[in-house]
Design a protein around this ligand. Structure first.
Ligand code: SF4
Length: 365
């Protein structure tokens, strides 16, 4: 194991991908080896992201009422899960919610809508929402998550000021038909590619714990690497009552850490984000996960005063990490340079002119 971990660290520090067998060996390592695995992947995490933790805040623009049948999702067609169902928050309502997240320390706001994909009218509404969020919280990053995109929609979101687009691959291509029949893995890949082509930072991740094999997990993470996602949310299944996966409790905290370590080794310089299910599945081992992931969803963990949950901030500080400020870029320089090669948005053209006039760079530039 020592030789394997040394080889993985060397590759990770160079930004290189391990072999599938090496990644599989991480997933299959013994509990006795867990701290060695975390320590090794932690070196790779610190090389690219130091001890910073990026906080993200999710605003649900539209909830439930989806015609798709993703079996893990409480908002799916026919779901009997007891969730809130509502149609489209108004832009000012969404901006208000986002501002609370930003006050709580979030530097990225993720605007999410249930559904197969947006109509052109939805894109107009979300564009107004993005503009409203950015007016209230200058410098905040906005990521849109609206489902499968039609031609031209990614470009319109980018023009409205969106920084990123999230569309998760969720599981391997081979297992995709087991979790959804109303769209395909390839549909999802196409949307991530469209987002990238339009100049949006691609965010795409997975859900672990749906009954998938080790090989499925390796496959989906290698697919994410191939897509070169800038950020990779790692979700752990919350098996909602009223959905087909209600009985799937397949994860242990140790397994969740091994999955995160494997993702870190395969995507060494990507923003790896602890997403849904972190509290339920990592439980008391959450602080160890900060050695692997460099980004955390605050989700609903905000108090009514808009402060990040004290428990989360204490955990970050106690584990020796710091909350990443808006003045710091999340991604390593080579990734930012690559992003700089993507098409400009109108407001970036303005920013470039301002820089030429000696004005301060906008936050996150
Ligand atoms: S398309 Fe999205 S909202 Fe609809 S069922 Fe699938 S994951 Fe849930």
């Amino acid at each position: 194991m020592d030789d394997l971990l040394n080889a993985l660290v060397d590759k990770g520090l160079r930004g290189e991908t391990p072999t599938r067998d090496e990644a599989l060996a991480v997933l299959r390592s013994a509990d006795d080896e867990l701290l060695d695995v975390v320590a090794a992947a932690g070196k790779v995490r610190r090389k690219w992201f130091g001890r910073r933790v990026k906080l993200n805040y999710l605003v649900n623009l539209k909830s439930g009422l989806c015609p798709e049948d993703c079996s893990y999702c409480s908002q799916r067609l026919g779901s009997e899960a007891g969730i809130l169902k509502y149609t489209w928050l108004r832009p000012e309502q969404a901006a208000e919610a986002a501002a609370a997240g930003v006050r709580g320390g979030a530097k990225r706001v993720c605007v999410v809508a249930s559904g197969r994909g947006p109509t052109d009218g939805d894109i107009r509404r979300v564009s107004r929402t993005i503009e409203a969020i950015k007016e209230r919280a200058e410098g905040v990053e906005v990521c849109a998550c609206l489902g499968l995109l039609a031609d031209g929609q990614a470009e319109r979101l980018r023009e409205a000021g969106a920084d990123a687009y999230n569309h998760n691959l969720n599981t391997s291509e081979a297992a995709y038909g087991d979790i959804c029949t109303t769209h395909t893995f390839e549909d999802r890949v196409a949307t991530v590619k469209q987002a990238r082509a339009a100049g949006l930072s691609p965010c795409s991740g997975l859900i672990a714990g749906m009954g998938e094999s080790d090989e499925d997990l390796i496959d989906v993470v290698f697919s994410l690497r191939e897509l070169d996602a800038d950020s990779v949310p790692v979700n752990f299944l919350l098996p909602f009552e009223g959905t087909p996966l209600a009985g799937e409790w397949n994860l242990t905290p140790q397994r969740a850490l091994r999955i995160l370590a494997m993702v870190r080794f395969v995507c060494p310089d990507a923003e790896v984000r602890l997403a849904a299910g972190r509290e339920v599945h990592l439980r008391s081992l959450q602080p160890l996960a900060l050695h692997l992931a460099n980004s955390v969803f605050l989700g609903d963990y905000l108090t009514s005063e808009g402060q990040a949950g004290k428990a989360d901030l204490d955990m970050i500080a106690d584990a020796g990490f710091v909350v990443e400020g808006r003045e710091t870029s999340t991604l390593p320089e080579h990734r930012r340079e690559e992003a700089a090669g993507r098409p400009e948005r109108p407001h970036e053209r303005v920013a470039v002119r301002m820089r030429g006039a000696g004005t301060e760079l906008p936050p996150n530039a």
